[in-house]
Design a protein around this ligand. Structure first.
Ligand code: IPM
Ligand code: MN
Length: 361
């Protein structure tokens, strides 16, 4: 057990419904800490749209250095109707991913019991795979600009940058993760890219994938073009075990993953820096959902799942798994739906149900 351990978490509740779902994740954290006998200390930060509108800052000076000292970060949501698109995304979320070098974006695509999927005839046994998305390169890294902006001769450039180091560390981590996941149906890692068109960047990914695969003879190396992957995720999701992919394609296919696992109310992700002393950040995928703010109707399951991931990847595996089992008991036996306002319970009641379930899973 984790008896003598203590975890320090920085909490960024953020905008809109972020604070409401974060509160439920913390409620569950405190309960599982008491249940399993470990300490947790939480420090709140008010970064997000409201603060930006007041101060013009997304991340104040020194914030990254301060956050770096925590064991992990829990992020509620960023996004504010009065803040132009890109400001918070780039100034806060992407800035933290880059500055903290969280080079893995881990997105489990798991259909919990009782949760409806839009895929006809598919159930929890069929939809259970994980996407490992590279999180620091590609079209995201800001090698871009305008020429002659606003004129008829305007040029816009936005370059995809891939490095050997960047893809290799992500691919190696994905192989290791596939090994640890140890799927009883067989360990398979599928590289998702577009080698037939992106014959430079994705050639680098493909060659690196083949090289690293040699270190993992027990994992089946596999390849899908990204467009075909979108078809297979819908038609045969049971085919996948672990997918590794580039940042931009990973962004797109994980929304597809999110909807087949029951929607944004349940999908969670981790921005992980797996290096020693690395600081990782976990978040529900749902966004700030401004129209539901303050109504106690938003689904906290994704935020609670993010907390389960945080625990699992911060040295509290048993507790993380316990939270995940508790979530599944609640989706499977209590909740009517995963959509905001249709759950059959308020946001806070769903948190209470997960807390109760911790004692019988
Ligand atoms: C995600 C989000 C972000 C991304 C946005 C908000 C910048 O869509 O985490 O998937 O594109 O990575
Ligand atoms: Mn996305």
């Amino acid at each position: 057990m984790n008896a003598s351990k203590s975890i320090r978490i920085a909490v960024l509740p953020g905008d809109g419904t972020g604070p409401e779902v974060t509160a439920e994740a913390i409620k569950v954290l405190k309960a599982v800490a008491a249940r399993d006998g470990f300490e947790c200390s939480l420090t709140d930060f008010d970064f997000g749209g409201e603060r930006y509108l007041k101060t013009g800052e997304t991340l104040p000076d020194g914030a990254v250095e301060q956050l770096r000292t925590f064991d992990a970060i829990l992020l509620g949501a960023v996004g504010h109707p009065d803040v132009p698109p890109g400001v918070l995304e780039k100034g806060l979320l992407l800035e933290l991913r880059f500055q903290l070098d969280q080079y893995i974006n881990l997105r489990p695509v798991k259909l919990f019991p009782g949760v409806e999927t839009p895929l006809a005839g598919k159930g929890p046994k069929d939809i259970d795979f994980v996407v490992v998305r590279e999180n620091t390169e590609d079209l995201y890294c800001g090698v871009d600009g305008f020429l002659k902006k606003g004129t008829a001769d305007e040029v816009a450039m936005q370059s995809a940058v891939y490095t050997r180091k960047g893809c290799e560390r992500c691919i190696r981590w994905a192989f290791q993760y596939t090994q640890r996941r140890n799927n009883p149906k067989g360990k398979r890692l599928t590289l998702v890219a577009k080698t037939n068109v992106l014959t430079f960047g994705h050639d680098l990914w493909f060659r690196t994938f083949q090289d690293v695969a040699k270190e993992f003879p027990d994992v089946e190396p596999d390849y899908n073009h990204v467009d075909a992957c979108c078809m297979w995720m819908v038609k045969n999701p049971e085919y996948y075990d672990v997918i590794v992919t580039t940042n931009m394609f990973g962004d797109i296919i994980t929304d597809l993953g999110g909807i087949i696992q029951g929607g944004m109310g349940v999908a969670a992700g981790g921005n992980i820096n797996p290096d020693p002393g690395g600081c990782s950040m976990y978040e529900p995928m749902g966004g700030s959902a401004p129209k539901y703010t303050g109504q106690n109707v938003i689904n906290p399951i994704a935020a609670i799942s993010a907390m389960a991931m945080l625990l699992e990847h911060s040295g509290y595996e048993q507790s993380g798994r316990r939270v995940l089992r508790a979530i599944q008991q609640v989706t499977g036996t209590k909740m009517k739906s995963q959509s905001a306002g249709k759950m059959g319970y308020g946001t806070d009641e769903v948190g209470d149900l997960v807390v109760q379930a911790l004692y019988n899973v």
